[in-house]
Design a protein around this ligand. Sequence first.
Ligand SMILES: Nc1ncnc2c1ncn2[C@@H]1O[C@H](COP(=O)(O)OP(=O)(O)OP(=O)(O)O)[C@@H](O)[C@H]1O
Ligand SMILES: [Mg+2]
Length: 238
Amino acid sequence: MLQLERVNVHYGATRVLWDVSMSVGAGEMVAVMGPNGSGKSTVLKAAMGLKKPSSGVVSLNGEELQAKPATVRPQRGMSIVLERRRLFPRMSVEENIMLGAYVRKAAEARETYDWVLEILPEIKPHLQATAGRLSGGQQQMVAIARGLMADPKILLMDEPFLGLSPAMVKTVLAIMKTINERGVAILFNEQNAKLSFAVSHRGYLLESGRVVLSGSGEEMLEHPEVKRVYLGVREAAA
Ligand SMILES: Nc1ncnc2c1ncn2[C@@H]1O[C@H](COP(=O)(O)OP(=O)(O)OP(=O)(O)O)[C@@H](O)[C@H]1O
Ligand SMILES: [Mg+2]
């Protein structure tokens, strides 16, 4: 459903993505893994229209979107959960979540809201609380809830586990699985190879703005290069 074809992105004169091609099929969970500064966030921003590619094609269900503003994406079924959560800290949790529904009709939004709270029951006791008072993990759930309010067919997530406790990582992972099992495709970024590929159908390894490896989650975890560099597994001496 989502396709990036030879996407190049520059910041000023600096090229940060080099002919990046990726795809996410309907209902797929796909990980983009890479070290610091490798361009993971830029890939999602280019897909979402938050950063305009200097060349290349971004398409959703065959419709070219690279020249269109970010605001058309939610109407086409694409939504993003930004890194470090980006909530409005002084607004209530409920208000933050409802912001994700700005393109929807009220009745439909209400229906989605019920669905979202069913997937994220942990949020229910905090709906009237000020968002800034929640823990990091709770804020991440609110950010996910906001992303889901657009009723997306594909959800982009920028480092959903960043700064979370191991227990909270498990919770967020379970939530992502549930969302995915309900038929929503997910494209997410992560620096940790195990976290990236253990749960995803497919994955990409990004280094210095280039896709250097791709395959099924299993293939990625088993790949000698991934093992050696990113999982710290030493090959037995030959
Ligand atoms: N607004 C910007 N202006 C200039 N350069 C930028 C900007 N945003 C990112 N870059 C550069 O683009 C490259 C890719 O950045 P990006 O944030 O996409 O990487 P990342 O893989 O998401 O990194 P991280 O793991 O730190 O989140 C980096 O070299 C970064 O310094
Ligand atoms: Mg990033």
